[in-house]
Design a protein around this ligand. Structure first.
Ligand code: ZN
Length: 152
């Protein structure tokens, strides 16, 4: 097993067992539900905005280890980011995860999101990994309608 593969599994196990920011957020400005019918992943992401900055972000719900750990890592990455920074990270994450398994990675641009590169080897899991990101994208765009991965 390669080092990156081992790290991938370790991060997913850790965040699945002990998800960060996994709670309600009563003072949230926006809450968007995300549902991945292929796998049964179902999460709600809550955002508290301070002007243009995501001052707090939490999630709740249930799903597979990949969807849950991806949502958990996402909340740790997006807290304190501006809308534009969050959208840029979503774009980078989405581009990486939908690239070919042997495509080169840019560690500087991806930071800790890079561990999810392992998902590229399992295309059916891409929707699990991007679900919470789609919910945030929808919240930032101002659309509070539930998102489903079926259209992506
Ligand atoms: Zn899933």
């Amino acid at each position: 097993m390669s080092e990156s593969r081992a790290l991938y599994e370790q991060v997913i196990l850790d965040h699945n067992r002990n998800p960060r920011n996994f709670k309600k957020l009563p003072e949230a400005d926006k809450s968007v539900e995300g549902f991945n019918p292929l796998c049964g992943d179902h999460f709600t992401v809550h955002l508290k905005m301070d002007g243009d900055v995501i001052s707090d972000i939490t999630f709740e719900g249930s799903g597979c280890a990949i969807s849950k750990s991806s949502a958990s890592v996402m909340t740790t990455v997006l807290k304190g980011k501006t809308r534009a920074e969050a959208e840029e990270l979503f774009h980078r994450f989405h581009t990486m995860i939908t690239s070919r398994p042997d495509a080169p990675l840019d560690p500087d641009a991806l930071g800790k999101l890079q561990v999810f590169a392992g998902v590229r080897e399992f295309p059916v899991r891409i929707k699990c990994a991007t679900l919470a990101w789609h919910a945030v994208h929808s919240a930032i765009e101002g659309d509070a309608a539930p998102v489903t991965t079926e259209e992506t």
